[in-house]
Design a protein around this ligand. Structure first.
Ligand code: ATP
Ligand code: MG
Length: 343
């Protein structure tokens, strides 16, 4: 759906060059919810604004739904943009227009026949649950309701792609969840591709299929959300993941060892469970098969999009050879195992 090749963006401001995007390459598949996460100033808004050419790239090309958007003339771009909806952190509604007329606005611009447009607005307001607010003005709405208007407006012309720039950053956690649920429903119902940017890993965890991590103008990691959560590859991803899923436990545990005798070895391991394996009694069968003792140090279980996800930190004690076999057994069952300490 989106293909970004060698994209760079340099801003010129007060005699200085600012490299906001540095050779970005990215592909977003049709129908997926793709998240881009990064710290403030990393280049997220610049990237998303390049995709609908609100910002002109300095180098590189962007293809959206088979059309090279970077090569279109003004008229072609105007038409192409009708198929790319966008929602914003500050909602960007027209304050002098009612809810109904805000949603009508893009249809007016596209020259849709009046009656058809009015019917479409009704349909969209129903979709976002605001039928009873049609005659109100933005100032009379809560933040969550404003964003629902923003979403209805973005969907007015039946876009194939929805861009979301921090759409939930101004909302409380509960409202955030309801807006994310709406985005998820729209994605499923219309097979709409959604590209969203955020600095909040909870948003990624809640709705995204894949995620790219942007750090200092560069994409440093791309992967399925479950993969990135279970095995982050860069320090930046690591800190984002740790902000929402506590994988770390008190450091002194790393050094304390259980009393043991003879040729008994000990390993401190972190086991990550994903999906179906989260419901299987793999640890107890490992204990039985390899005659081990297990000390549970720390554990937690969570949900990523619709998949259960958990991790468990264990001290495993047993015969050195059997210990190694036990870890191989767990890995063979599809669990991610990280050895934190060998003793
Ligand atoms: N119009 C502009 N002119 C000059 N520099 C800009 C402009 N817009 C953004 N920048 C700079 O480009 C870099 C990336 O900015 P961008 O807005 O893309 O970051 P961001 O990741 O969206 O941050 P935030 O999370 O704070 O919204 C920053 O250093 C910013 O100062
Ligand atoms: Mg931004």
């Amino acid at each position: 759906m989106i293909e970004i090749k060698n994209l760079s963006k340099i801003y010129f401001a007060s005699g200085q060059e600012i490299l906001a995007l540095d050779n970005v390459n990215l592909r977003v598949q049709k129908g997926e919810i793709f998240g881009i996460i990064g710290l403030s100033g990393a280049g997220k808004s610049t990237l998303i604004r390049c995709i609908n050419m609100l910002e002109k790239p300095t180098r590189g090309s962007i293809t959206v739904d088979g059309r090279k958007i970077t090569l279109l003339d003004k008229r072609e771009l105007r038409l192409a943009r009708q198929k790319i909806g966008m929602i914003f952190q500050q909602f960007n509604l027209l304050s002098s227009r009612t809810v109904f007329d805000n949603v009508l606005f893009p249809l007016e611009i596209a020259g849709a026949p009046r009656q058809e447009a009015a019917r479409r607005v009704q349909e969209l307001l129903e979709l976002v649950g605001l039928t009873d607010k049609a005659g109100m003005y933005p100032a009379q709405l809560s933040g969550g309701q404003k964003q629902r208007v923003g979403i209805a407006r973005a969907l007015a012309n039946g876009p194939k792609l929805l861009l979301s720039d921090e759409a939930t950053s101004a909302l409380d956690p509960q409202t955030t969840r309801s807006i994310l649920k709406l985005l998820k429903d729209i994605n499923r119902q219309f097979h709409l591709t959604i590209l969203l940017i955020t600095h909040d890993m909870n948003v990624i965890k809640e709705v995204c299929d894949r995620v790219a991590v942007i750090d200092n103008s560069r994409i440093v990691e791309v992967g399925h959300v479950l993969e990135v959560f279970s095995n982050p590859q860069t320090p930046t991803s690591h800190s984002f993941v740790n902000a929402v899923i506590s994988r770390d436990f008190p450091g002194e545990l790393l050094h304390s060892t259980t009393e043991r005798s003879g040729d008994i070895a000990s390993k401190l391991i972190r086991v990550s469970f994903i999906g179906a394996s989260a419901g299987q009694p793999l640890i107890s069968s490992m204990i039985r098969r390899y005659n081990l003792d297990v000390n549970i140090i720390y554990g937690n279980i969570d949900r990523i999009k619709d998949t259960p996800f958990g991790n468990l930190t264990l001290e495993v004690l047993g015969h050195p050879g059997l210990l190694q076999e036990a870890l191989d057994y767990l890995r063979g069952e599809g669990l991610e195992i990280e050895v934190l300490r060998n003793a």
